[in-house]
Design a protein around this ligand. Structure first.
Ligand code: ZN
Length: 581
């Protein structure tokens, strides 16, 4: 009998202690939310609770995710409540998995050539710009793509226009127009003169100067030959005052940030900034002036990176706004301009296997550096040869420097793979950082370049990669493509072109996989899955509210998704109503 009483007393005491602890640590006011969003559907990307009805935020973090009932006690008199309409959906803030942040900002400050339907339209854009630009100043444009034109240009060499018309409409301005891929540019006579490109000029290794039959340059500069003219551009820009340069930089940061937030993108994985740019980004992060969270790869001279390694590396700097812990290299070019490095020649250019743009020894040296200094290595590889060489170097280095946890090295693009190499991503723990929208943009010329069999077996094979256990991330490579993530999600789950054709539809992702590739899987690819990528209590309150449910809407409605709110660190930083679209 006394034993029983003893037990009851002990239980009561234990209960009392538990209540007391509960009371002390869980005082109600400390638990109230600053903001609650409810009434719609919450897609969490968290396997333990895939869907919920409401989300509560306190400070810059998620306080709770659950049923309306569960979240109701967290609403106090000071809590702001956003009531959604049925059908509206909350998702984790999207993560652009491979873009060029400053390039995006700068592209919003120059001629946008992506929408042109003919070369003549582009010439007109330049002609208009020349009228308002002081003589001698550069006219810069970006985004042209010969495959998007309804008719070929009047004069063309090697499939690309010549700069003759540009020299005619802008004889007193250096003009430099970069291809959508970034792997080729066209320069007018004035710009070629500044770059000292003459009929005698020999292209630097890894580049090509297209020439007319008489030896004069056409204006088209491929891959590293672009540097001849960009050097002149950089030289002229260096003559700008420090204030002007700082103002341009600030404007680029701001414009890129706005572009992200209007699309629900709260984190951006920048595919390569110089040591100097990273120093600037660090200043912005310290001052709380980055509009979105950046995860930046360093792209610079390896020796400089080595010297600066300790200063460069930062994780979650400036309240989780800047992380630098990866190095970026490019081993080949792009497929459109025949720059992707292939195992066998191009189907439509039998004399060429593309371009290897950096010595393999440099990739090897970078791998050694990254393995020993705790950096991720991210290598741009598009062609199947480029991917194989990169995988070989990754594999050898990972074996030489074994690590208890995966190093999560990445191949950027991983576009065209030999079937034998597909399973190596999963087995080696290498991330395929792909871009859904590249597939449907390039689909029109991929079979010409690669032939039907190679295209089917190895082009944008994200289904095969996922099935073999690889982590696949998503993005747009902005400003190569428009930053808008919804066409990329649509391409990922349909592989459907504007003309209705579908590019090897067996390789589609599921809706959920596509969302993962833009959220939690991209976070994983940056070692950030504990902070972002899913809606779980304790993580950063970065999220987007959409006007539709991406998991259940009709497939053809995905591209047109509108963002109603973007929240970054618990703050509403964009509302759909503030900007007409
Ligand atoms: Zn890129």
């Amino acid at each position: 009998m006394s034993g029983k009483i003893h037990l009851i007393r002990w239980l009561l005491a234990a209960l009392g202690t538990w209540l007391l602890i509960g009371w002390e640590t869980g005082t109600l006011s400390a638990q109230l939310a600053d903001l609650v969003i409810r009434g719609g559907k919450v897609i969490t990307l968290d396997e333990t609770q895939p869907e919920a009805e409401a989300i509560a935020i306190r400070g810059n973090r998620i306080l709770a995710v659950g049923s309306s009932q569960a979240v109701a006690p967290l609403v106090g008199s000071g809590t702001k409540v956003i009531e959604l309409e049925p059908g509206q959906t909350v998702i984790p803030g999207l993560i652009e998995g491979h873009g060029h942040y400053l390039g995006l900002g700068q592209s919003l400050m120059m001629l946008n050539l992506a929408k042109a339907r003919t070369w003549e339209e582009i010439v007109t854009q330049v002609e208009v710009a020349a009228r308002v630009t002081p003589p001698g100043q550069w006219i810069i444009g970006r985004g042209w793509h010969q495959s998007k034109w309804d008719t070929p240009p009047e004069s063309a060499v090697g499939g690309y226009p010549t700069a003759e018309a540009l020299s005619r409409v802008a004889p007193n301005h250096p003009v430099l127009l970069t291809h959508a891929s970034g792997h080729m540019s066209i320069a007018n006579d004035y710009a070629l003169r500044l770059g000292e490109v003459t009929p005698e000029t020999i292209a630097p290794e890894g580049g090509e100067i297209l020439k007319l039959a008489d030896g004069r340059p056409t204006g088209v500069l491929r891959e590293r030959a672009q540097e001849l003219v960009t050097r002149a551009l950089v030289r002229d820009q260096a003559k700008q005052s420090a204030e002007q340069r700082a103002a341009d930089f600030a404007r680029a940061i701001e414009l890129a940030g706005k572009e992200c937030l209007r699309y629900g993108i709260t984190s951006f994985q920048d595919a390569g900034s110089s040591v100097e740019t990273i120093r600037e980004l660090r200043r912005y992060a310290a001052a709380g002036k980055l509009p979105v969270r950046l995860w930046a790869m360093v792209r610079d001279d390896l020796e400089l990176i080595r010297q600066q390694a300790a200063n460069l590396k930062m994780v979650g700097y400036g309240e989780q706004f800047l992380t630098v812990a990866a190095v970026k290299l490019s081993i080949d070019g792009a497929l459109g301009p025949h720059g992707a490095w292939l195992l066998a020649p191009y189907a439509d250019l039998p004399g060429s296997v593309g371009l290897n743009t950096i010595p393999l020894e440099t990739v090897q040296a970078a791998a050694e550096f990254c393995a020993t200094r705790g950096f991720q290595l991210c290598v741009h590889a598009i062609g199947d040869r480029a991917n194989r060489e990169t995988l070989d170097i990754f594999e050898a280095t990972l074996q030489k420097y074994p690590s208890r946890t995966p190093r999560r090295w990445r191949i950027e693009h991983a576009q065209h793979l030999h079937p034998d190499d597909i399973p190596r991503f999963g087995s080696l723990g290498i991330i395929a950082a792909m871009q859904g929208v590249h597939c449907t943009s390039d689909a029109i010329f991929v079979p010409q370049r690669l032939g039907q069999l190679r295209a089917e077996q190895g082009a944008y094979v994200w289904r095969s990669l996922l099935d073999s256990g690889a982590v696949v991330t998503n993005g747009t490579d902005a400003p190569v493509e428009e930053l808008n993530p919804f066409p990329s999600l649509y391409a990922s789950v349909t592989r459907q072109l504007p003309n209705g054709l579908r590019f090897f539809p067996k390789q589609v992702m599921t809706r959920e996989e596509a969302l993962r590739s833009y959220t939690i899987d991209s976070a994983y690819a940056a070692f950030e899955e504990h902070e972002k990528g899913s809606l779980v209590a304790g993580k950063l309150a970065d999220l987007a509210v959409l006007d539709r449910n991406l998991l259940t809407c009709a497939a053809e409605e995905i591209s047109g998704t509108r963002v109603l709110y973007t929240l970054l660190g618990g703050k509403v930083v964009y509302t759909g109503e503030t900007e007409p679209r």
